[in-house]
Design a protein around this ligand. Structure first.
Ligand SMILES: [Zn+2]
Length: 346
């Protein structure tokens, strides 16, 4: 086909592109224009057709989704929009590339199923794995490198929350990383790997542990991490099970639950300058009463540990997470990265 393209007269080529733009725009609105966009060196130009929603450009040698996203969308990190729209097709010189200018699918729901965003839940890290909750640093690094080399996009908490509020489209292969409890070993074993790979993460800390010495984060650690873009959010006061215990007197339980939800608010405000609005339930445990009180106390989003990804329409106060354990093989880890649920939707 490439050979034939050279023989097509420019007018026909242009008409075909305009037809593509009109098709994409979904109507015959006369919004498409043909422009020549100068390249950075100012010497050559792109043949560009644009509508309100899309650019269609003819790729040049050396173009990548990243370079086109940088040039046309002003941000190379939006390369996923080009890749996801084309279904991951390779970009070759002379080929038409459609560059969406804005979201085209906020829900991730299609005729064949729906997008899932895996939320991975980590705890403590150490040079060697120990028990169920201490993951070996090498295994963690391998998992992160797997995400990077397999095209996963590590999103931040705000982006995730906007997705489950139907306000933001996410890359098809999005994943959210979370670390529970507040172990300072994060700085030694996770932070350098995350930084190198340009990943971010969310830290869910319970406030009785912050500043407890040993392997606990200090508030100063958390403040520094928050300033660098890591999300620090709530994981209760004491890490006690928030569900009412059998035989627990009602008034006592009421006071206990209230403290678990509100004490962290005051401490976050004092030490980090904001109140947490997102919660990870200790052990993922909750029931309707816990969920109701969590919402009443100003937490808009809350995470369980139900092992599956979350669609955009998940209950925002019962978001799923998958705990990553030391005994998991790489294949086990990969099973937690399903990003699409195939369904018969009619
Ligand atoms: Zn925990």
């Amino acid at each position: 086909m490439a050979m034939k393209r050279h023989k097509i007269c420019p007018w026909i080529k242009r008409a075909a592109l305009c037809a593509a733009v009109l098709y994409l725009a979904g109507c015959g609105a006369a919004t498409q224009t043909s422009t020549s966009t100068p390249t950075a060196d100012g010497k050559s130009t792109y043949e560009t057709f644009e509508s309100q929603d899309y650019f269609v450009v003819i790729a040049k040698a050396g173009d990548t989704a990243e370079s086109l996203a940088a040039r046309f969308l002003g941000d190379k990190s939006l390369a996923w929009m080009i890749e996801d729209y084309s279904g991951g097709a390779a970009i070759t010189p002379g080929q038409q590339v459609v560059i969406p200018r804005k979201s085209w699918d906020l829900s991730g729901v299609t005729s064949s199923g729906y997008q899932l965003v895996p939320v991975l839940c980590y705890h403590n890290l150490a040079p060697q794995a120990k028990g169920r909750m201490i993951l070996g640093a090498k295994a963690f690094e391998e998992q992160m490198r797997y995400l990077k080399s397999n095209g996963f996009r590590v999103i931040n908490l705000k982006q995730f929350v906007e997705f489950v509020s139907l306000k933001r489209q996410l890359p098809q292969k999005s994943v959210l990383l979370t670390f529970d409890d507040g172990y300072r070993s994060f700085l030694q074993y996770a932070y350098p790997v995350l930084k190198e790979l340009d990943f971010t993460a969310t830290l869910f800390v319970y406030t009785d542990y912050v500043g407890a010495g040993g392997n606990a984060f200090s508030w100063a650690d958390l403040k520094k991490l928050a300033a660098e873009g890591f999300d620090v959010q709530g994981h209760s006061k004491s890490h006690g099970d928030m569900v009412r215990a059998a035989n627990e007197p009602a008034a006592e339980y009421d006071r206990r639950l209230e403290a678990e939800l509100t004490v962290p608010k005051a401490l976050f405000q004092k030490n980090l300058g904001y109140e947490p609005t997102i919660l990870a339930y200790p052990y993922g445990r909750q029931d309707d009463a816990v969920v109701r009180r969590t919402k009443e106390r100003g937490y808009a989003t809350a995470f369980t540990v139900r092992r599956q990804g979350s669609p955009s329409f998940v209950d925002p106060l019962r978001i799923h997470r998958s705990q990553i354990y030391p005994e998991m093989s790489m294949d086990d880890f990969i099973k937690n990265l399903n990003v699409f649920s195939q369904e018969e939707i009619k």
